[in-house]
Design a protein around this ligand. Sequence first.
Ligand code: NAD
Length: 250
Amino acid sequence: MLDGKTAVVTGGASGIGRAIAENYADHGATVVIGDIRRDPRQGGVSTADAINDHGGEAMHVEADVTKYDEIENLVDTAADEYGSVDVMVNNAGILQQTLLHETPVEDWEELMRINVDGVFYGTKAALNHMTEQGGGSIVNISSISGKIGRANAPAYCASKGAVTMMTRQNAIDYGPKGIRVNAVGPGGTLTAMVHEIMSEERQSYLEDATPLRRLAEPEEIADVATFLASDMASYVNGHVLIADGGFSIV
Ligand code: NAD
């Protein structure tokens, strides 16, 4: 589905980003992973090494999505090494769980820098190449928290609402240039983010409230990101594809 394409994935060392990078490589893409860490959060082989060991083509570039020069370097490196930037996945993100009046100002700012500015920086850097190339596909990782409310996560919900609207707005401006901009809106997905921050009580609540009665595996979210990046989604633009097992329709 992605043969011959070069894809950049932020936050690709762990979780959903890692699953996307591996899935893209399985579908024939060359993958450039940008993350503040090389190795996965829960230990093990780096994403780039795992892909290369399985016969794919991948490289890691250390990049912090809150620093535009590092993200520009990430994307430029992909173009220099492999000739184009066909797919940009803005995936890096963090979750915080506090009530708004108890949220330290610096925590709010940190989350917005990663979850919102990071998407702006990744999109801006990728568009420099995609507008020249005359095409491309941008896939943002939003969340169901960008669609419906979630208790105790004011900054996170606000940030994912912003990602959802950036996706729709960017699709309007860049569709005429052959660049599609879409997002995935995952529900609860079994990654380090969930294992470390979500209480068992919240996890069982989510499972019970989800028609499929379970959380997602990261690979199931990656399949959606592969579809959106691929030419199979050639007429899909400005769409936030919710993958939450039905949680948000109940
Ligand atoms: P994760 O914590 O497992 O992985 C996040 C990755 O992002 C890590 O490798 C981390 O090093 C990287 N990262 C963090 N800050 C960074 C920065 N400043 N620059 C570059 N990389 C950075 O989390 P995940 O669950 O895989 O989440 C990935 C995305 O999916 C996030 O945007 C998250 O909001 C979204 N999401 C997750 C869930 C879920 O339940 N896990 C649900 C909906 C949406």
